[in-house]
Ligand binder design. Sequence first.
Ligand code: B1N
Length: 833
Amino acid sequence: MEQNTAPYREHNRTSLTKEKLKQGFLDNLYFIQGKFPTLASRNDYYLALAYTIRDRMLHRWISTATNYYESGARTVCYLSAEFLMGPHLGNNLVNMGIFGMVKEVVEELGLNFEELLAQEEEPGLGNGGLGRLAACFIDSLATLEIPALGYGIRYEFGIFEQTIVDGWQMEKTDKWLRNGNPWEVPRPEWAQEVRLGGHTEQYTDENGRLRVRWVPAKIVLGIPYDTPILGYRTNTANTLRLWKSEAPESFDFEVFNRGDYYGAVDQKVTSENISKVLYPNDEQLSGKQLRLEQQYFFVSCSLRDMLRVLAIQNIPLSRFHEKFAVQLNDTHPAIAVAELMRLLLDEYLVDWDDAWEITQRTFAYTNHTLLPEALEQWPLPLFASVLPRHLEIIFEINSRFLDEVRIKFLGDEARLARLSLINEGGERYVRMAHLACVGSHAINGVAELHSELLKQDVLKDFYELWPEKFRNKTNGVTPRRWMILSNPSLASLVSDRIGNGWVRDLEQLRQLEPMADDADFRKEWWDVKRANKVAFAQYIFKRTGILVDPESMFDFQVKRIHEYKRQHLNVLHIISLYRRLKENPNLEVPPRTFLFGGKAAPGYHTAKRMIKLITSVGEVINRDPDIRDRIKVVFVPNFNVTTGQKIYPAADLSEQISTAGKEASGTGNMKFSMNGALTIGTLDGANVEIREEVGAENFFLFGLTADEVYALRASGYHPYDYYNTNPHLKDVIDLLRGGSFSRGDADLFRGLTDGLLHHDPYLLFADFQSYVDCQEEVSRAYLDRDHWTRMSILNAVRSGKFSSDRSIRQYCEDIWKAEPVPITLLGQNEEPT
Ligand code: B1N
């Protein structure tokens, strides 16, 4: 068929003049929504606008696909069980460079642009940092013009919506698809079949070779749903491909003909369950069969999809690893190692050694956590019942692997047991991190400290075996969403001075360093922050009914609620400050608003009680007439990408106070710093590198180091001694224990306080005094507005390292060996042939 798509470029639905945009918008309202302005709802308008923008993305998307097809380029496949994308509309406008124009168009039509943007339900297909990292990475891949696909699951219900009732977290299902999703295109023609359960059989093939056949108990279909991912002001539009599970037929005719109508429908329901809901556990393994099925489901669909592409491009199977670089985002997709082996061995009849070489050269693995409770292991019986053939393959991989270890470490039986893919201590488990390590050519942590600790601790034995596999790739975040889109006033202040080259090359922000000494610039900087705080204060009032003073310091801790992140340490300091203010009203401290946000896993009772602790302390302090104009405590409900976009620009202080050695990297810390917040933090995760970049004098450091934490634990940690010897700490704990923050109910926080007094696994008591002292330093610093603003500017302009563009460049050079493929738009210049 005719290849020339040039005529589409000036089409009503693609042209970028304001007139054509308006016309396109009204056409879409009429022809897609079936509405006329008199009857249209806000959602109709949002959808009409979204389709108008999507129409204008399609030419890049189709051109990108054509270019990749014709160049046969090496492609990065990012496999992730989570993609926390956030709303698409605003981001697409920014990346196309038409944000301002579209705003004008919408306003000229008499509509409220902000309202339409706010109408989009964010696709919350992730828990926290790991899922959001995947989203930042696919943004950077497109911006750097790297051929790439994100592969994941199209959960029908994303991360639950949090409401706060009587101070407690309540969960509501996230029905993000209820009003339709204009950004995705289903591709049923590329559906894949996935087998599950059943058993294996041996048979002899026509050449007399013994082979294995998997006889599954059920088959489900994976339907790909594609979403275009634009680069920032490039022609590239890559693809996020998410799989939805369906039953192969709407009726199982065999069952139906037996008269079992309900049984047939039942099978349909079970199949659809696989992609139904995101597991809301962050850093906690669930061990549920459905979770393993989800992981295998999307991995199998994705690998088969790659094989499909290989076939249509006529690339021989032996070059699979040259065509594709597949990144495993933590162990959630690690079953891919066994699945690619199975596909090659059983379905393509490749020899073991060749299959293994292809597999190892294809995969690379990113570890995201040192927490033992997050390391995925599957009980053997469960694994065997879902993936019987994969278990056999894993046993074979293990047996060959352990032979290699035996040669290298002759007679070291303990080491063999530690390295084995099977945990044999008591109940037997498949260790997914070990499978990922063995099946990959590169293994990386997500911040320098984390990568070092991996080598010393969790993956020590693998490091000693294969030191050459280990890398560090410090995380990053995309400045498109986290600066331009969320903080437009700061972005234009910056661009007014140094142009907009910084958006693709964040290190250019350093050109602004001298401006920290310019009083006029500092005033403008402060005014931007102040306006963002006013806007956020209004948002808080609308959401919680709490009035906060934009003059006060906005001190944020937003992230998943977890003991290791120590939101309760923050609360202990608040109580200590409250006490001191009651005792000494003349204490010279600046007014401060302590803000918290984050979700607790629904089954994590301690985390839920930490939320109740925050809201309870807030209730007392916010009502106390002596104090409420000096400090306030606010829990911002339902922290997600959308609320994050309002929070980071409004922050003065960023709380990054995890126990050293526990937070792999953190990425919120980077978003705060980029937006001019100062950090109070421990030497943990990427905090270490943030402090290095912004300068120790512009960072509030406290607490034990990872080495000191380790040594203290080894020498015996006795939290009770801190309570007995530190009267301030004792007062704080006693207030909690006495019921001062629970309307006299001494039991409400008993579990929390007893846990701290007797175990305190995250060393709050050991770090308490250092934290309180450091907070005093923060307060003093805030009183000197000029100096604070200087530090704020230096934080932002020295955060260039933390662009995800830098992370992705390093992955491309060091792990993926992937090169940019600039996209020629079809119908422009010469036609690709
Ligand atoms: O990954 C982020 C890091 O910045 C954070 O420090 C780290 O905590 C986070 C099981 C996880 N690690 N592990 C998870 C998420 C969901 C799940 O089911 C584990 N998340 C992290 C990005 O590197």
